[in-house]
Write a protein that binds this ligand. Structure first.
Ligand code: SAH
Length: 348
């Protein structure tokens, strides 16, 4: 007789929905067979939608200055050991120039919540990129802002916005963030972004402090119902200068299983094999792709700044994480049967 966990994974692949209890069940009762079955189904649905294409995005980390104090994050305001920087418009544009000649057609600007990047400054940069490179998509990942601000950025030409929800459980959210931040506002931002017309990405850390199986089940239910265009998940990795320094890191094993599960929930979702996954284990990113992910986001930031954008310790920024090493990335993807493609890579 078939195990219940396998039956539930097959049901998810058919119906793209499970109850909260069922999501909990497939997490708690996962074994080698369940992980393999989920992987196999995820890879086959990924192949049906995207073939063997891997989409790439050039990641530009535009500032590590942040007014927020997220407890897990290495660039939180309270970390006085962090060497702060912000890129100028000229520096950002020259990252795009370099990225464009390497073949990147999506630029992701990510940063701390740096008050310097107000609407005027950020809209001006978005417009400059879109004017120079109208065939490219611009993705922003600049944290929580007002609805009016998101509207202005959308009108300036930004196509996509990444804002991880971090956890879909309000109580868990409050354990990861200072009192000045709220779960309600995070959710408000995500619904505004989607409503305005951005291709919107949410996501969470796997193995974040105090995370329970019930929390992850809620994350999956939220992803199912919110229907994001993109979803970024990666293992939590402790940073020594944060209060979470001594918490254990999340695992590659659970992250990859959840990538498969998310692929089964939304066959067409854009699902990156994240830097955190590649940082925690050699070949982690390949394991992500082999579990159902279809996007990688190599780093295009100026080399001198990369080390300073330290969200967690031992974050990769060279070798195949580096946009300059696109050939190595292409080789690594070819070795596992996939092909890096150079168009904008919108969701199907
Ligand atoms: N300020 C932006 C960008 C944050 S950094 C925003 O608020 O969206 C991007 C993501 O890195 C975060 O959303 C978080 O999920 C992840 N991150 C931060 N610290 C981390 C850590 N210690 N381990 C793993 N991922 C981390």
């Amino acid at each position: 007789m078939k195990k219940r966990v396998i039956e539930l994974i097959e049901k998810l692949a058919r119906e793209h929905t499970l109850s909260l209890e069922e999501y909990e069940y497939i997490i708690t009762n996962r074994d080698a067979d369940a992980i393999e079955r989920a992987r196999e189904l995820a890879v086959s649905v990924r192949r049906a939608v995207y073939g063997n294409a891997v989409y790439i995005r050039g990641l530009i980390e535009i500032s590590n200055i942040c007014k927020n104090d997220c407890i897990y994050c290495g660039i939180r305001r309270s970390n006085h050991d962090c060497d702060r920087y912000r890129l100028t418009k000229e520096q950002i544009l020259s990252c795009c120039d370099e990225g464009y000649s390497l073949g990147f057609r999506t630029f992701v600007m990510q940063g701390g919540e740096d008050p310097h990047f107000d609407d005027d400054v950020l809209c001006d940069i978005v417009k400059a990129i879109k004017t120079k490179y109208p065939d490219c998509a611009v993705t922003l990942s600049m944290g929580e802002r007002s609805r009016e601000s998101y509207e202005k950025l959308f009108l300036a030409g930004a196509d996509r916005y990444l804002l991880r929800h971090e956890t879909a459980d309000a109580e868990h959210y409050s354990k990861l963030h200072p009192e000045t931040m709220s779960f309600e506002n995070r959710m408000r931002c995500l619904y505004d972004l989607k409503d305005i017309g951005f291709q919107t990405g949410c996501g969470f850390m796997v193995g974040s402090p105090y995370q329970t199986v019930e929390n992850i089940a809620k994350d999956l239910k939220f992803i199912e119902e919110f229907k994001p265009h993109m979803c970024g998940i990666g293992p939590f990795i402790p940073h020594k200068a944060t209060p979470f320094a001594s918490f254990p890191a999340g695992t590659v094993e659970l992250t990859c299983y959840l990538l498969s599960v998310i692929r089964l929930i939304h066959p067409k979702i854009l699902l990156p094999a994240t830097t955190a996954l590649g940082s925690i284990e050699e070949g982690g990113r390949e394991r992500g792709i082999l579990s159902g992910a279809n996007v990688v986001m190599p780093n295009l930031s100026p080399m001198d700044n990369r080390k300073k954008y330290e969200l967690y310790n031992n974050k990769l920024y060279s070798k195949a994480e580096s946009a300059q090493a696109k050939a190595e990335l292409e080789e690594r993807m070819k070795n596992i049967g996939y092909e890096v493609v150079c168009h904008r890579g919108d969701a199907k």
